[in-house]
Ligand binder design. Structure first.
Ligand code: SF4
Ligand code: SF4
Length: 719
């Protein structure tokens, strides 16, 4: 091999020496090299291959060390079986992680993220190849030697260009326009913009250095009259090659090697930087989405692997300190990208309650990093309430599920809230206003403490021809109408129970109720954290339901619907009244008249426990639309799975945390802005809150609220 002179630097120091004509990987092909490759150059007399080997060795070694330290809290956490239903998990992974399904819900940020995400996937092959090229001269990934390599080269050049553009737009957006949802209120610590922009700068450095590394080589090839790879127009590398085309070979050589090592160092710095903060999601998101919950509407058991019968043997209930969370929940903390979508959609945050789900996660992640330092021994964890959270923060959650629906990374909140509440209940740290309803639920099976025998009194005001039998050992019916507490006892909500009974009767359904044997369904009790009371109530209701002999259950209360359907076992199938009305309309067993007042505009409010938690969005709409001449509008952007919670879930009727505005008022304003005169809902809790909101906001006479059962009852036309 002939010796070729080095290209000197300004100080006359022998800078780069080319020992022989090189053959190297370039754009998937083996070709004669115009420049010295990083595997063959020398710097100050030291072969650069030494750096090409040392940088990955140190980088990977450090990364493995950091990951082992980061794994420690997961191994100390509570168990959780997330290795079940693998095919469903794979599908979820493909949809939510790979296809980035939830990202476009926030269009600009989502599209930018999709570009960076796919750019990273495409460029990962190139980045890995570049690392190897540093010590294996002419390395080509298997299969990339021919047309595939050329195709890939073009793809990755466009990917790098788009990623850089996306980074610039994201940095301008984040650093200059500062969207409100990224703001960090003072009580939650310092602003996160600097870290976000720093990471965008790192990614940009990777894109630019890779493109310059390649552009310098192609420019040198062109200057030497060698066959140069075709560069796709309008790519970063194409642009750089144009700029560098007249640069001297020594400049091109310098750029080539310097950019290689900038890329190498940045790549491994980034790898080790990722587990230090919010960008850990680049590594953990694939696992977090794979292991995310598959079912909605259910609360996790007190402890995975411990049956209800064994609960008495547990030393403590729920989550008191960090390690009481499950490993999946700690993985959630690692995975949060700090995008703020959860808090943006959180009704509690919107009305300025002391809760922002994003900071539930971020505060916990900071605590994990603090308690499990990279150097030294772990610190003993303190109780979370009082350390990083306040009581009100945890009680403020309505369990509406908007945060989980929005999170693009499968981060869970409701189970964490309930787990922390379980521990607070055990410690006796229950808000004063909730103590009375809880004790009443224990004694009388309803939060008002009204006698059980009065549970069926709402039937007394029904017309004579509407027969509502109380079912039990002596009397049976096909369908059990599960009324639940609020519609049984609240004067106004009893109207809903009566409307439901009229609808069932009009549809010629053989039905009855449990009367004094019915207890509260327990949906809120479980979400409140009173697990033992919930189990007692569930078991009593289950016995009563089975004694009724009914073959199906119908309810007009989405909270009852949710818990009976998802958290009771061995009970007959459960239907929401909207589904049953839809079915009976289709069968022709129920007919509806034209709307009473065609001038009025209606809108439908999706109750959280019917929509988000159970996916029933269409039945209520279909039923409303069957009323002739009824004009219905959507609260676009705030409907279906983006419905805004009325504030009624999780025993919130009895607990009023500090807030600037009522959730119900915001919801009524949304309906008004959509042009509605009437809000139709399908949940007694929603109706209580909407009617209350209309009163307190002075909108009486301008807008009204009605339950779906009442609306249908008024429009029944069965001849
Ligand atoms: S469940 Fe609803 S109220 Fe609770 S944190 Fe999530 S969005 Fe907020
Ligand atoms: S929990 Fe999810 S939605 Fe909320 S900030 Fe983190 S990544 Fe974003």
């Amino acid at each position: 091999m002939p010796f070729i002179h080095g290209i000197g630097c300004s100080g006359g120091v022998d800078f780069f020496l080319l020992n022989y004509h090189l053959l190297s990987f370039h754009k998937g092909s083996i070709m004669e090299l115009a420049l010295i490759s990083p595997a063959k150059a020398t710097l100050f007399g030291i072969p650069t291959v030494v750096f090409s080997l040392l940088i990955p060795l140190i980088g990977i070694g450090l990364f493995i060390y950091i990951m082992i330290r980061r794994f420690a809290p997961l191994s100390n956490a509570a168990p959780d079986n997330r290795f079940d239903r693998i095919p469903e998990r794979i599908l979820q992974l493909l949809k939510i992680w790979l296809a980035q399904y939830r990202q476009p819900r926030y269009m600009l940020a989502g599209v930018l993220h999709i570009i960076i995400f796919f750019g990273f996937r495409v460029l990962s092959i190139r980045s890995a190849s570049l690392v190897i090229i540093g010590f294996v001269d002419g390395f080509t990934p298997p299969g990339f030697g021919g047309a595939l390599g050329h195709g890939y080269a073009m793809l990755k050049d466009y990917a790098a260009t788009l990623v850089l553009i996306a980074c610039v737009i994201a940095a301008v957006r984040r650093g200059i326009f500062k969207p409100a949802r990224y703001a960090v209120p003072e009580k939650y610590g310092h602003d996160h913009t600097a870290e976000a922009v720093f990471v965008l700068a790192i990614i940009s450095t990777l894109m630019i250095s890779e493109s310059l590394y390649e552009a310098s080589l192609v420019a040198a090839q062109a200057q030497k009259g060698m066959a140069a790879e075709y560069l796709a127009p309008l790519t970063l590398v194409w642009l750089f090659e144009g700029v560098l085309s007249s640069a001297s070979l020594s400049v091109l050589q310098g750029i080539h090697l310097v950019c290689y090592f900038i890329h190498d160092l940045t790549f491994f710095f980034f790898l080790c930087f990722l587990p230090m903060g919010k960008h850990f999601h680049v590594i953990t998101s694939v696992f977090n989405v794979f292991f995310m919950r598959l079912d909605k509407g259910i609360i996790k058991p007190v402890r995975h692997g411990v049956s209800d019968e064994e609960l008495d043997e547990l030393e403590s209930f729920g989550v008191q300190k960090l390690e009481d969370f499950t490993w999946k929940h700690i993985l959630d903390f690692y995975t949060c990208a700090d995008c703020g979508r959860c808090s943006d959609r959180c009704p509690a945050n919107r009305v300025k309650r002391p809760l922002s789900p994003r900071f539930i996660t971020i505060k916990a992640r900071d605590l994990v990093f603090k308690n499990y330092p990279l150097l030294g021994s772990p610190v003993e964890s303190k109780p979370l309430i009082g350390d990083i959270y306040t009581d009100d923060e945890i009680w403020s959650c309505t369990t509406c599920g908007a945060c989980e629906q929005e999170c693009p990374l499968g981060i869970e909140y409701i189970d964490k809230m309930v787990d922390m509440r379980r521990n607070m209940v055990e410690e006796g740290a229950v808000p004063q206003s909730l103590q009375k309803p809880l004790s009443a639920l224990e004694k009388r099976g309803n939060p008002w403490g009204i006698m059980e025998k009065k549970r069926a009194e709402w039937t007394e005001e029904l017309e004579e021809e509407i027969q509502v039998n109380v079912l039990g050992k002596k009397k049976s019916a096909d369908t059990l109408y599960f009324v639940d507490s609020i519609s049984s006892y609240d004067d106004r909500m009893q109207d809903l129970a009566r409307s439901t009974a009229r609808i069932l009767s009009a549809a010629d359904i053989d039905f009855g109720i449990l009367g004094k044997d019915e207890r509260d369904s327990g949906n809120e009790i479980r979400r409140f954290g009173e697990e033992m009371l919930f189990q007692d109530i569930r078991d009593r209701n289950t016995d009563a339901i089975l004694n009724s002999g009914a073959e199906r259950i119908v309810t007009a209360d989405p909270h009852a619907f949710n818990v009976l359907k998802n958290e009771y076992s061995d009970v007959p199938p459960v239907t929401h009244i909207s589904q049953l009305i839809e079915e009976k309309l289709a069968e022709g067993k129920l007919r509806l008249k034209n709307v009473e007042d065609p001038a009025k505009v209606y809108t439908y409010h999706d109750p959280c426990y019917l929509g988000r938690h159970n996916g029933i969005y269409d039945s209520p709409r279909n039923v409303i639309d069957r009323i002739g001449n009824l004009k219905r509008v959507e609260m676009t952007g705030d409907c279906r799975d983006r419905s805004f919670c009325c504030g009624g879930g999780g025993l919130m009727l009895f607990y009023e945390p500090e807030e600037e505005q009522r959730m119900g008022v915001i919801r009524v304003e949304m309906a008004k802005s959509a042009g509605a005169d009437v809000i139709v809902t399908a949940c007694p809790f929603c109706l209580v809150n909407m009617e209350d909101a209309i009163k307190v906001s002075g909108m009486e006479g301008k807008i009204e609220a009605v339950d779906l059962t009442e609306l249908i009852d008024r429009h029944i036309d069965n001849g």
